[in-house]
Design a protein around this ligand. Structure first.
Ligand code: WTA
Length: 649
């Protein structure tokens, strides 16, 4: 848990003077957004070019028996039009995307016009493959401009994209293709990351041998590295199909509540959930948060280091920035390659003004010492952002002092895949900063803190973070499973959206996010369900039972600690440990790589057979003093044994 910090970094006058939102504006607009959401959001909807302007603004219901969320429901629009076409007149020749390759020698820029023409060609190509409004398309791509184009091309013709992170395994990909029932998959031969090549196309080939994927008719392959790949009848070279297409493509008129994309994310139980986001509310929310949280002004160079495979990439590399006509930098590689100073070098090279990254990247840099940034000056920076996990005050201070040269406000932005956009964050011209604190709700967001019985707590307090009313960016459902959506988010505390996060509210009313209170892990800012890793492990012939918990990790925030009980015919060995690590990596992907495996003859269970994770978490964290009451266990003796055999990393 992040400890409370006394330091306060007040808003700087110079920053506030040029900012979109200052202290007074925040207070006034926040009140209005809560007291009269209809008028607030009707006004904000003007930032979108509608085909038919909405007259109905908010129509939302949060309850354990019924969840129905509609924003701008009688409006129609096209998201791609809002990100591209409408900028052509004024910004046709302005840079839309700066692309920086994995190799520092590779880079290119695309103007709004170039991005528009290429996207139209891609949209026409998708049509030629038979994709129509309402169909889904799965993207499994490197961080190259074609990924953004593919998303926008889908949006243009009313297709629903489902982007799968390029670090996921063939099985994880297959599961998501099957879930979305996509006829077309877009990929590349390989992706390049940190000087290594990841065989994306081979992974797609492998995924398409799995059950439930025969729905796929075509695989569109971008030639990125020229690496060797197998070729199947369903495969089509991207350039061969796309280059010959017309550079104009009419947009599909979409209802505000038509789906824009699906994005899979992990929960505490079961398979990953396909969060469904719709068009009007999502785009409005991505655009307004991008403008105000990052205080984006015309011409600023903005760089979000996330991957488009995650929601941060959707909202803050593609939709938010492009809807605002921004210059958005897209980086193919990893921040530490070829040298640990790369991130700063990219900032200098492209004169980046706004940098949005994750605490894990900051901690990894900090571990190299203060000189790690010596190869760059970073004088162009004026604002820094953090996302994905709680940022510890030490990492915050280092980010501020070393990367930002002690002159850039840091916005610590808390939000989730389900939220569509940032919900709690400082606004840099309005909010005094506290290292490690996400501070204040964004416009239209009504947070609450409840105890375990769902009682709303007042004043300075600590508990579970809930949101009490709908905002435009919230996911509308889980793809094809509305019941699960209600069950997961609205049944724990009736009438409230439960975030799964714990938080503290201090005397100033500021929110400090303390991390997940459910069985979701956050490994280097990547969400993982313990249930997914456990079910992977028990599929191995040697494993009788497995329990997965997180433990504090200096760089990754959390590491993965696994307790394994073996089947009778198998004996513990270092080889078997290695095999299980590889097994999980292959099954889910390298992000799920176990850090520690402890063999145990038994797991601590309640009399009803439920694994007591609380105890396992404490042992993994080496906090074995206050284990609490273990007398209710069916096998209390196992606890001593687990402590005695704890594995130190
Ligand atoms: C965590 C990423 C503390 C949190 C946008 C949340 C954070 C989960 C922060 C969502 C932050 C994200 N401070 N915790 N600034 N940002 N989280 O869906 O536990 O990949 O529930 O969305 O990340 O992860 P997701």
């Amino acid at each position: 848990m992040t400890e409370q910090h006394k330091d306060i970094y007040p808003v700087r006058d110079e920053f506030a003077q040029q900012a979109w939102i200052d202290r007074d504006a925040y207070q006034k607009l926040y009140r209005q957004s809560i007291d009269d959401p209809d008028s607030f959001w009707a006004e904000q909807a003007k930032r979108i070019d509608w085909i038919k302007t909405p007259t109905k603004i908010k129509n939302t219901k949060f309850s354990a028996s019924d969840v129905d969320i509609r924003w701008f429901e009688d409006g129609t629009l096209n998201a791609c039009y809002n990100c591209l076409d409408r900028h052509l007149e004024k910004r046709g020749n302005q840079t839309a995307i700066i692309w920086e390759g994995d190799d520092p020698k590779d880079d290119k820029t695309l103007t709004y016009r170039e991005l528009y023409e290429r996207t139209c060609q891609m949209a026409n190509a998708l049509k030629e493959l038979g994709i129509k409004k309402g169909d889904t398309v799965t993207l499994y791509m490197p961080m190259i401009p074609e990924a953004a184009m593919a998303m926008l091309a889908c949006a243009r013709i009313g297709a629903v994209h489902s982007v799968v992170f390029g670090g996921f395994s063939p099985d994880a990909l297959a599961q998501r293709i099957n879930g979305a029932q996509s006829k077309v998959v877009i990929t590349a031969d390989e992706s390049a990351r940190g000087g290594k090549f990841v065989p994306l196309k081979d992974n797609v080939d492998a995924a398409l041998t799995r059950d439930g994927t025969d729905v796929v008719e075509s695989v569109l392959v971008v030639k990125r590295t020229g690496g060797e790949i197998d070729w199947n009848e369903r495969d089509i070279w991207f350039h061969e199909l796309v280059d010959k297409q017309d550079k104009d493509c009419p947009v599909e008129e979409m209802a505000a509540e038509d789906p824009l994309f699906i994005l899979y994310t992990s929960g505490s139980t079961g398979a990953p959930k396909g969060m469904m986001h719709t068009t009007g509310g999502y785009l409005t929310f991505a655009a307004i948060t991008h403008q105000y949280v990052f205080d984006y002004h015309e011409g600023d160079v903005y760089w979000c280091t996330a991957d488009v495979g995650w929601v941060t990439g959707h909202s803050y590399i593609v939709y938010g920035p492009l809807a605002n006509g921004a210059i958005t930098l897209m980086f193919e590689g990893v921040p530490s390659y070829p040298t640990p100073g790369r991130m700063g070098e990219i900032v200098d090279k492209h004169q980046v003004n706004i940098l949005y990254t994750a605490p894990t990247a900051i901690r990894a840099l900090r571990a190299h010492g203060d000189d790690v940034m010596a190869s760059s000056k970073r004088e162009s920076l004026k604002l820094l952002g953090s996302v994905g996990e709680p940022i510890n005050p030490e990492a915050w201070e280092w980010y501020y002092r070393i990367i930002g040269n002690s002159k850039c406000p840091i916005v610590d932005t808390w939000w989730q895949t389900e939220n569509g956009g940032i919900l709690i964050s400082p606004l840099p011209g309005a909010t005094d900063l506290k290292p490690g604190c996400a501070t204040n709700p964004f416009f239209g967001v009504k947070p609450g803190v409840v105890d375990n019985d769902g009682n709303l707590l007042e004043g300075a307090t600590e508990g579970n973070l809930v949101i009490l009313d709908a905002w435009p960016g919230i996911a509308r459902s889980i793809w094809n499973d509305h019941e699960r959506f209600i069950q997961t988010y609205f049944s724990t505390y009736d009438g409230m959206y439960f975030t799964g996060d714990g938080c503290r509210r201090d005397e100033d009313g500021d929110y400090w996010i303390t991390g997940r209170v459910d069985d979701v892990l956050n490994i280097s800012g990547h969400r993982m369900g313990t249930a997914e890793i456990e079910s992977s492990l028990v599929a191995h012939e040697a494993v009788a039972e497995a329990a997965v918990v997180g433990f504090p990790h200096d760089i990754k925030g959390q590491g993965i600690y696994i307790y394994v009980t073996l089947n009778d015919d198998f004996d513990p060995s270092d080889e078997l440990k290695k095999e299980l690590v590889q097994w999980v990596r292959k099954d889910i992907g390298p992000i799920a790589s176990p850090d520690v495996i402890q063999w145990t003859p038994d797991l601590p269970k309640t009399r009803s057979g439920k694994i007591m994770r609380r105890i396992l978490r404490k042992i993994a964290a080496n906090e074995t003093e206050g284990l609490g009451d273990t007398s209710t266990l069916s096998n209390p003796a196992v606890v001593e044994e687990l402590i005695a055999n704890r594995v130190n990393r």
